[in-house]
Ligand binder design. Structure first.
Ligand code: CUA
Length: 158
């Protein structure tokens, strides 16, 4: 079969691109361990207050896990529970959050924590707070008339 030179170049270019992009995805997933947010964990959004761990929002020390603390948040229009929390400096914290009503955001300003909280799903993120100070949590998904009032605070203390 005869192939034009340009056709060959184009095919090689296309296949090289394909292999390159698949390698990027592969390295990111299997070597760096990146994965989509934990949409696999579900919760009955009508029974959030009675479902563990959301029956006790706040910071809890845990044993035998890859992290030292679990920081549990319940979001609803237009607040987060807890409204303020103190976290020890350098602690490895698993943030676990969900919403009781509509979609809310969960962005911790000045960090790379930025989750979407969807009704019926649990959003989780593990991080280490290694800089003392106050961190503002804001809702970055428009959720209604009080959206701009929706915030919470993390205080990282020594
Ligand atoms: Cu909650 Cu915007």
């Amino acid at each position: 079969m005869h192939m034009h030179k340009f056709e060959k170049i184009w095919l090689i270019f296309g296949i090289t691109c394909l292999i390159f992009f698949l390698s990027v995805v592969g390295v990111s997933a299997f070597y760096l361990g990146n994965k989509p947010p934990s949409c696999l964990t579900t919760v009955n959004s009508e029974k959030v207050d009675k479902t563990k761990p959301f029956d006790k929002p706040g910071l809890h020390k845990v044993e035998g896990k890859d992290w030292d603390y679990e920081l549990v948040y319940v979001a609803q229009a237009f607040s987060y529970n807890p409204a303020q929390v103190k976290v020890p400096l350098g602690a490895k914290v698993r943030v676990i959050a969900t919403t009781k009503d509509v979609v809310h955001g969960f962005e911790v300003a000045g960090t790379n924590i930025n989750m979407m909280l969807e009704p019926g799903y649990v959003s989780e993120y593990t991080t280490t707070f290694d800089k003392a100070g106050e961190y503002l949590i804001v809702c970055n998904e428009y959720c209604g008339a009080g959206h701009h009032l929706m915030s919470s605070k993390i205080e990282v203390v020594e």
